[in-house]
Design a protein around this ligand. Structure first.
Ligand SMILES: Cc1cc2nc3c(=O)[nH]c(=O)nc-3n(C[C@H](O)[C@H](O)[C@H](O)COP(=O)(O)OP(=O)(O)OC[C@H]3O[C@@H](n4cnc5c(N)ncnc54)[C@H](O)[C@@H]3O)c2cc1C
Length: 307
């Protein structure tokens, strides 16, 4: 038995997916860009819609809670880990199919791989996405964006499956995209594939723009240290990083977690940080920024797992 999951359920999962794609008592530190987080009862790696629906049906029948994971690049998993089943989309669901200027991509495909493949075909619209390290599914659900681009501008159709097994598609309108939100965020659904509309452009110009954006990231962001990117949402009329600097919090530390000296909007794991360290540092930053400027910073990263 792993946490909430009985041995017979694990055995059913193993016979469905094969033993290599059922990871029991699996440290989430292995699946998050922050490199922290306690164990999930089980992480499963389904390939394709049929397997996914069978996993969901089993979880529902056996009353096992489900959490869906992309690449874990916008996540803090608490130190006690996740009770129930984590369904990891990265690694499976990696379809990539071009149809003229549009492309269908699997939700588990990496966004960087997708934007590079589009650039190679001289398709413009996803240049902004190359440095965002998650999956296409995670990016759509979060409406990820950077440098004036965001997923909302290119998404045409989103296919997803409800936890009860129904498959549905939403067009852009129904996705109700806003700043780092979409209609599917925190709903009992798993995005499986996405159609995006792009424009025919000039390959060299697209590649040059992507190289320029990558360089800007390298200069401004601590890309060589584990993190989940910008921790806070951009407050209207302000920049989180500037507010944090003004509050004297750049470089502040709790345990192994530090407010990055390179980019005050990032918290980095300098080695051995726990989720509790990061959460305590987030609270401290929120408190000091509120005191100094009156602005209440909201977390952009998702916090999950047992309290
Ligand atoms: C160095 C660095 C730089 C970053 N820069 C940016 C940036 O410029 N812009 C930006 O927007 N973000 C940025 N991020 C944050 C992160 O990469 C994005 O939010 C990304 O879109 C998350 O994708 P993911 O696959 O890792 O999702 P995860 O972190 O795995 O999940 C995020 C949320 O989406 C849900 N989810 C994931 N996949 C699915 C799915 N298939 N169906 C339903 N729900 C799903 C999860 O349940 C969770 O609630 C950065 C992160 C890092 C580490």
């Amino acid at each position: 038995m792993a946490g909430l999951i009985k041995e017979e359920v694990l055995n059913e999962l193993r016979s469905l997916l094969g033993p290599d794609r059922v990871l029991e008592n699996e440290p989430m530190a292995r699946h998050t860009s922050f490199h922290l987080g306690g164990p999930a009862d089980a992480v499963v790696l389904p390939h394709g819609l049929d397997e996914l629906r069978q996993v969901l049906s089993l979880a529902s029948r056996r009353q096992v809670p489900v959490f869906v994971l992309g690449k874990g690049t916008n996540l803090i998993v608490r130190d006690k880990g996740i009770r129930g089943l984590v369904i990891k989309m990265a690694g499976g669901f990696d379809e990539l199919r071009f149809q003229g200027p549009s492309v269908w991509a699997g939700a588990g495909l990496s966004l960087a791989e997708l934007s590079t493949a589009c650039a190679e075909r001289a398709l413009s619209g996803l240049e902004f996405a190359q440095g965002i390290p998650g999956t296409v599914g995670g990016a759509v659900v979060m409406n990820a964006g950077a440098y004036d681009g965001e997923m909302a501008k290119v998404v045409r159709t989103v296919e997803f499956v409800w936890y009860d097994g129904r498959v549905e598609t939403y067009g852009r309108q129904a996705m109700e995209f806003g700043y780092r939100v979409s209609a599917l965020q925190d709903r009992p659904v798993i995005v499986t594939r996405i159609e995006m509309g792009l424009r025919q452009g000039d390959r060299k110009t697209i590649i040059a723009l992507m190289a320029d954006l990558a360089e800007r990231r390298r200069q401004r962001q601590p890309l060589d240290i584990p993190s989940a990117g910008s921790v806070f949402r951009r407050p209207p009329g302000h920049f989180a990083g500037t507010l944090i600097q003004d509050a004297g919090m750049q470089g502040a530390r709790v345990g192994g977690a530090t407010v990055s000296l390179k980019h005050a909007g990032f918290i980095v794991n300098e080695g051995g940080a726990t989720a509790s360290d990061v959460l305590a540092l987030i609270e401290l930053v929120q408190e000091k920024v509120k005191e100094r400027s009156g602005v209440e910073l909201q977390a952009e990263v998702k916090v999950v797992g047992e309290k």
